[in-house]
Design a protein around this ligand. Structure first.
Ligand SMILES: Cc1ncc(COP(=O)(O)O)c(C=O)c1O
Length: 458
């Protein structure tokens, strides 16, 4: 083993039986199959002949002979004094289904994630180390299903400060992203007899799918420049509504103050529940902060939120701030789902929040995203664009006479990936438009992407 090589030899799934065929031939065949099937990959280190012989209960000469034969066939790279390795290029591609990684577009304007290259790796690693150092032995057992008290407290403080959410730590349920929060709340509502849940039209198709999966009937309600049509929500007789008040998830508009008040009043008067998806609310640029709707009606609004838009969706960490009357039911759904979220991850996020790392990350990324948005908007000048004041994407109306499918294809031929509005539409047709995210590319590339898109649409 070279001084830089810290990898351990691969555990090998091999066994030999005496009296059937020569032992070295049996071993050769199994190792050859391992390489050909991809179980052993190029560069994998094998045990020394001495170690493998001891493990199999055979003489060392058997293993030396097998390794020598496989080296001669090109499967292994054997260097004197070093551990044998699987040779590069040894796997026979035809034996494996070809795995084509999806072609990466040159200019990716699809919304949905923050800039993953900006993930604060060093700060997250420090929080992980702290969490591991500080975790009590007792906390390595099954967690409280609603979440570790330390994270619930850190979240209550963060959400109160940054979003104006009013929730004691006990009312916060930790879960796997907005997705799980919506699924849990949907199930609780259904179990309580709710039949119809109103959703914004247009809205995120994935979130609608989660609500529908709970068994509720979806009631699409139109969104205009002021957000969801609250009069139509009231008239719909729905038992609950899912909204994105801070930055409407497709159009980017903000729910106007009178409608916020009307929605809260409807929930108070009828006992209906508002589910507030605050997915990208930390990002706002040109307008005054708009606090969470939950802050004005904490007993009637479930606030769901996650780190997917601030840090990375891969963390799968989110939470729900739940009205007191529903906490026990939501926690019980979470328990029945998976007995609670992973504790070390929860403690890592708690440490990250307690040390102000999320605030620091937001201070760094907010101006960066604002500059990126400006670069994209400058390159798109002439197109009708809305939803620019907040969030991580904008909505661009297509010029007359071009369909969304044509626009997506024309952009793709110029190396630009965009998302059509179509899948977000839940009922009423909308003017053909594209959702354009500006987080994945640096400013200069966004300018070029915007120019290419303009050319594609002209
Ligand atoms: C509006 C909206 N809500 C929820 C989600 C899902 O979020 P999470 O990763 O927290 O489950 C997304 C993901 O893109 C989204 O756009």
């Amino acid at each position: 083993m070279g001084p830089m090589d810290r990898t351990s030899p691969r555990e090998l799934l091999v066994a030999v039986r005496r009296g059937v065929r020569p032992l070295h031939a049996q071993l050769e065949e199994q190792l050859r199959d391992g390489v050909r099937s991809g179980r052993l990959a190029a560069g994998d280190r094998l045990p020394s002949s001495r170690a493998l012989a001891a493990e199999l209960g055979v003489s060392r000469g058997v293993v030396v002979e097998a390794y020598g034969q496989l080296a001669a066939e090109g499967y292994l790279a054997v260097v004197r004094g070093a551990a044998p390795r699987v040779a590069s290029g040894a796997a026979v591609a035809a034996d494996r289904p070809a795995e084509q990684p999806p072609a990466r577009p040159r200019y990716d304007l699809r919304p949905g994630t923050p800039d993953l290259a900006l993930f604060p790796r060093a700060a997250w690693a420090a929080a992980q180390r702290r969490a591991l150092r500080e975790v009590a032995d007792a906390d390595l057992g099954y967690p409280p299903p609603g979440g570790h008290p330390r994270l619930r407290a850190a979240l209550a403080a963060y959400l109160g400060r940054v979003r104006g959410v009013q929730a004691a730590p006990e009312r916060i349920v930790v879960c796997g992203g907005v997705a799980e929060a919506v699924a849990l709340v949907g199930r609780v509502l259904r179990a309580g007899g709710a039949r119809r849940i109103a959703v914004e039209d247009p809205s995120h198709p994935g979130t609608r799918e989660l609500i529908a999966h709970s068994g509720a009937e979806l009631v699409p309600i139109a969104v205009d420049q002021g957000g969801i049509d609250v009069g139509a929500v009231v008239a719909s007789g729905a038992d609950a509504v899912l909204v994105t008040p801070a930055h409407q998830s497709a159009t980017g508009v903000v729910l106007e103050p009178a409608r916020r008040a009307a929605l809260a009043a409807w929930a108070r008067d009828t006992g209906a529940l508002v589910i507030e998806d605050d997915y990208d609310a930390e990002y706002r640029y040109d307008r005054h902060p708009v606090g969470a709707l939950q802050g004005v009606a904490p007993d009637h609004v479930v606030h769901v939120h996650s780190v997917s838009k601030t840090l990375a969706p891969a963390l799968r960490m989110g939470w729900a701030a739940v009205p007191a009357r529903l906490v026990a039911a939501v926690v019980e759904e979470k328990r029945l789902s998976d007995l609670g979220s992973p504790v070390l991850e929860q403690l890592t996020l708690a440490a990250f929040l307690e040390h102000g790392e999320l605030d620091r990350h937001l201070r760094r990324t907010r101006p960066a995203y604002r500059r990126r948005r400006d670069a994209l908007l400058a390159a798109l000048s002439g197109l009708e664009v809305e939803g620019v004041a907040a969030g991580l994407h904008v909505l661009a109306r297509l010029p007359r006479g071009i369909t969304e499918a044509e626009a997506v294809t024309a952009a793709a031929t110029r190396g630009v990936a965009v998302d059509p509005l179509g899948p977000h539409v839940a009922g009423r047709p909308r003017p053909p438009s594209l959702l354009l995210g500006y987080t994945r590319l640096p400013e200069a590339a966004l300018g070029e992407a915007g120019r290419r898109l303009r050319a594609a649409l002209s």
